[in-house]
Design a binder for this molecule. Structure first.
Ligand code: WAQ
Ligand code: MG
Length: 278
């Protein structure tokens, strides 16, 4: 990307600002050139004001100039879609994926239930996979991954590739940019996510091992509970290194993702090395 670049961040809440107990409505991260700045701010404002979770009454948009030298370019995770009948099947698939990544069945189930039982926060849960303790400094906020986006130069090609797969929407574009950054954090083993938008039921498990594995349903339609859990191994890296990558490092994706296609849960299990007899 050429010319001046800006890191644009938006967060919106309802019932007051986040710090004062307001309910999180929407958040977004962009990296854009000076020419695209006004249009970007406009669309983020629009999103906060017309969100399916309700109209925000607190909106914060921050713009920060960034220098080319600060950027680390990273490749996107390859994308696999798993077509499931319902969220129960989807969540079983998530547990199988976490096990295939190397977690024990107990760890995988505990991690999923932490995500199921945490009320909506603006950031992600950061869990130590060994102790299953939460490591975020502020539990009511969680950890936010910031400073990531697709390079504007590849957006036309990205749109083509995602269109062909029938998955070109802002949830997918933003989640792949986020997950591609998150799984490269020192000590990060996996991320699990589903949206807090009531009408968006898809979610994913991301890892260096299997890429971005999306499930068509990880929650029932109409449910406004969603979130993210970052699974971190304290034996592999320090918390400081991990947090610094997530919160400070600017990452830009400058390649289009490879698309692995659409699979049933049975086919997925075979691909990740599970024998299925049922
Ligand atoms: N850092 C950490 N956690 C975040 C961030 C961030 N930058 N942004 C959102 N979260 C957390 C926060 O708790 C939100 O409530 C939750 O994630 C959900 O965010 O392949 O749309 O933006 O079809 O609603 C995934 C599936 C969609 C996409 C995820 O998440 C697909 C989505 P949302
Ligand atoms: Mg949302």
């Amino acid at each position: 990307m050429k010319g001046r670049l800006y890191n644009v961040r938006m967060r919106a809440a309802r019932g007051g600002r986040h710090e004062a107990g307001g309910e999180h409505v929407s958040g977004a991260e962009r990296i854009v050139s000076g020419e695209a700045l006004k249009k970007t701010v406009d669309s983020l404002l629009e999103r906060a004001l017309k969100h399916s979770k309700g109209k925000a009454d607190f909106i914060s948009i921050t713009l920060e100039e960034i220098k080319e030298e600060e950027i680390v370019y990273i490749p996107p995770l390859p994308i696999t879609t798993v077509e499931v009948e319902n969220y129960i099947e989807g969540r079983k698939g998530v547990i199988r994926c976490l096990e295939a990544i190397g977690l024990t069945s107990w760890q995988a189930k505990s991690i999923l239930s932490m995500l199921e039982n945490t009320s909506s926060i603006r950031g992600a849960i950061l869990v130590d996979i060994n102790s299953l303790e939460r490591l975020e400094p502020d539990l009511s906020r969680g950890v936010r991954a910031t400073g990531m986006d697709w390079s504007q130069d590849i957006l036309p090609r990205l749109n083509l590739v995602l269109d062909e797969e029938g998955i070109n929407n802002s949830h997918v574009r933003e989640a792949v940019a986020l997950a591609s950054k998150v799984v490269r954090a020192p000590g990060m083993v996996a991320e699990v996510c589903w949206s807090d938008d009531p009408d968006y039921t898809a979610g994913y498990v991301a890892s260096k091992k299997f890429g971005y594995v999306r499930f068509t349903h990880l929650k029932p339609a109409g449910d406004a509970r969603g979130g993210r859990i970052f699974c971190f191994d304290t034996e592999q890296a320090s918390l400081e290194e991990c947090m610094s990558w997530l919160e400070k490092q600017i990452t830009v994706i400058n390649q289009v993702p490879s698309i692995n296609g659409k699979f049933s849960i049975k086919e997925l299990l075979r691909r990740i090395g599970y024998e299925t007899n049922n």
